[in-house]
Design a protein around this ligand. Structure first.
Ligand code: F6P
Length: 550
């Protein structure tokens, strides 16, 4: 038992039972599982909102599922979930509540943190965002010289960039096409340069998005953007108020930067950066798609929140997806998880999920600070199909690694495509279905031989199959469906963190690099001595200075 009264995961009977079950399954093939149980295609499907989730091509049986649910019960997943929804401080290392679910709660909900209902404040900010977004969209909000805003540039990084940037791409067909949106994150000056080089400052609005308002990349880029604006508008400092707004939890720092706090959109320390794009961090998105669509997206989130909170375990989609990840990580040695959306609009979805999953569950000590003896978060990766098929799918099909994958697709192409482009949609989706089939069932050596392939080539042309996938289908990629998808993954990540007994809501692992970068920078610029610099890095710094001509 640990201090929280929970047995260590690897000492739980439910964990050992899964290990034993895994041994019994041995090398069982999906072909065999389907032969033994043809009904699994109908049975192994879950439905949440618009999402049809088919997990029949997963290497599981009814026994596996029963044992995984036993593990979820033994590890207290439901209790931790309820504590999260109730606003308890489940982020133990930072002593914070974890309430991204409050961001999409209905106006009449009551969710308390320290005895205060946070829902009215959430809706007040949403209303303020809606008012501002409406004014930018209509042209009522003008720049310093009276011009209407044509381009919105979001400056932020990590959770203050990936969410809005991803969602803007996903929902492009719903955006005000007469406005242009750009996202600047990298401290590499090239990012800001490319974003603004063809812009007119008089028509540009910057949103500085930073939960802490101390993130060096964002403050550096925002400072440079401010200079660019002032250079372009003749240096009148009063211009800043018409061209810069902020999204932050830190009013003091926002004011110190020179942004009028009347133009600050607030959120709260109980929203983690990677869980924040449905807060004010989504301001750029709301300007792009309008308040109504934004609220539809929030409705999508809420639908999955309610499902996660109330659906019985056997029907609970985030619970199932989380447990499948625990299964492969714990008992198949899977190191990574591929997310393969068959939608061009989801091109940044996996990058978004990388932060959500890897910053949450990339931990090696449990909630009590003891080293874990089990694998935790996987490497999450992937790009839209069909592009990946012509690049890395070779390894998925014939490589030596187990890589569970999610295939995500939509029945209908977006409405604004012309008929000819709409017709391409069936080919896109045929590829999704074909890949799921090929990964699961492969092609045996006998099947290859029957095609008359020369014997020496048979091993090369055999597909082992047995590569697990989940297929997630929806009718159309709408704002509500995006909300559903994101909430599905948020809660999946939660489930895995709960089973692994790690704090999914801190991110101490990013701190060391930040501190060292601050220490190294003077060495690069002035050749200053850096105390304690290791020999390898010191040599690299010297080489850099030589190549830089210093
Ligand atoms: O360095 C990691 C991190 O703290 C992320 O968790 C966060 O999303 C990102 O930096 C940006 O932080 P902020 O919104 O405070 O600028």
């Amino acid at each position: 038992m640990n201090e929280a009264g929970r047995a260590r995961l690897d000492r739980m009977g439910e964990w050992s039972a899964l290990g034993k079950h895994r041994e019994e399954l041995g090398e069982v093939h999906l072909r065999e599982l389907f032969e033994r149980d043809p009904g699994r295609a109908e049975r192994y499907v879950l439905r949440v909102g618009d999402l049809h989730i088919d997990f029949s091509k997963q290497l599981v049986t009814d026994d596996t599922l029963r044992l995984l649910h036993d593990l979820a019960r033994a590890t207290g997943v439901a209790e931790l979930r309820d504590a999260m929804f109730a606003g308890e401080r489940i982020n133990v290392t930072e002593g914070r509540a974890v309430l991204h679910t409050a961001l999409r709660a209905p106006a009449d909900a009551v969710i308390e943190v320290d005895g205060e209902n946070v829902v009215p404040a959430v809706h007040a900010v949403l209303d303020k965002m809606a008012d501002f977004a409406g004014r930018v969209r209509s042209g009522e909000w003008t720049g310093h010289t009276g011009c209407r805003i044509r381009t919105v540039v979001n400056i932020g990084i990590g959770g203050s960039d990936l969410g809005p940037a991803m969602a803007y791409e996903v929902l492009r067909p719903y955006t005000a096409r007469e406005l242009d949106f750009r996202f600047v994150s990298n401290v590499d000056g090239a990012d800001l340069h490319e974003a603004v080089r063809d812009l007119d400052p008089a028509e540009t609005l910057f949103i500085v998005a930073s939960k802490t308002f101390t993130t060096i990349e964002t403050i550096t880029n925002a400072t440079s953007a401010r200079q660019w604006l002032l250079d372009g508008l003749g240096g009148d400092e009063t211009a800043v108020a018409r061209h810069f707004v902020a999204v932050s939890t830190n009013a003091e720092k926002v004011a110190a930067f020179g942004i009028d706090t009347a133009n600050m959109f607030e959120f709260w320390d109980w929203v983690g950066g990677r869980y924040s794009y449905d807060s004010a961090i989504g301001l750029s998105l709301m300007i792009a798609i309008g308040a109504e669509r934004f609220r539809e997206m929030l409705d999508g989130f809420r639908l999955v929140d309610e499902h996660f909170r109330t659906a019985p375990p056997e029907e609970n989609a985030p619970l199932l997806l989380g447990l499948l990840g625990v299964w492969y990580g714990g008992f198949f040695g899977a190191q990574s998880h591929a997310v393969l959306p068959y939608s061009h609009y989801l091109s940044r979805f996996t990058a978004y999920l990388q932060q959500l999953d890897m910053e949450s569950n990339g931990k090696a000590v449990d909630r009590q600070g003891q080293p874990v003896a089990w694998g935790t978060g996987p490497v999450v990766w992937g790009t839209p199909g069909t592009n990946g098929q012509h690049a890395y799918y070779q390894l998925l099909h014939q490589g030596t690694k187990v890589i569970p994958a999610d295939l995500i697709g939509f029945a209908r192409p977006v409405a604004e495509l012309g008929d000819e482009l709409k017709a391409q949609h069936d080919l896109l989706m045929a590829n999704l279905f074909a890949q799921g089939q090929a990964l699961a069932f492969g092609k045996t050596a006998d099947e290859v031989r029957a095609e008359g392939v020369a014997e020496e080539l048979v091993p090369h042309r055999t597909f082992p199959g047995n590569r697990p996938t989940t297929t997630i289908l929806a009718g159309e990629l709408t704002p509500a469906v995006l909300g559903q998808l994101v909430a599905l993954y948020e809660h999946k990540v939660f489930v895995q963190g709960a089973v692994w007994d790690i704090d999914s809501f801190d991110q101490w692992g990013v701190e060391l690099g930040k501190v060292l970068a601050k220490r190294v920078e003077p060495a690069l610029v002035e050749g200053a001595e850096v105390p304690g610099l290791d020999a390898s890095t010191a040599a690299l710094v010297a080489k850099y200075r030589e190549l830089r001509g210093r």
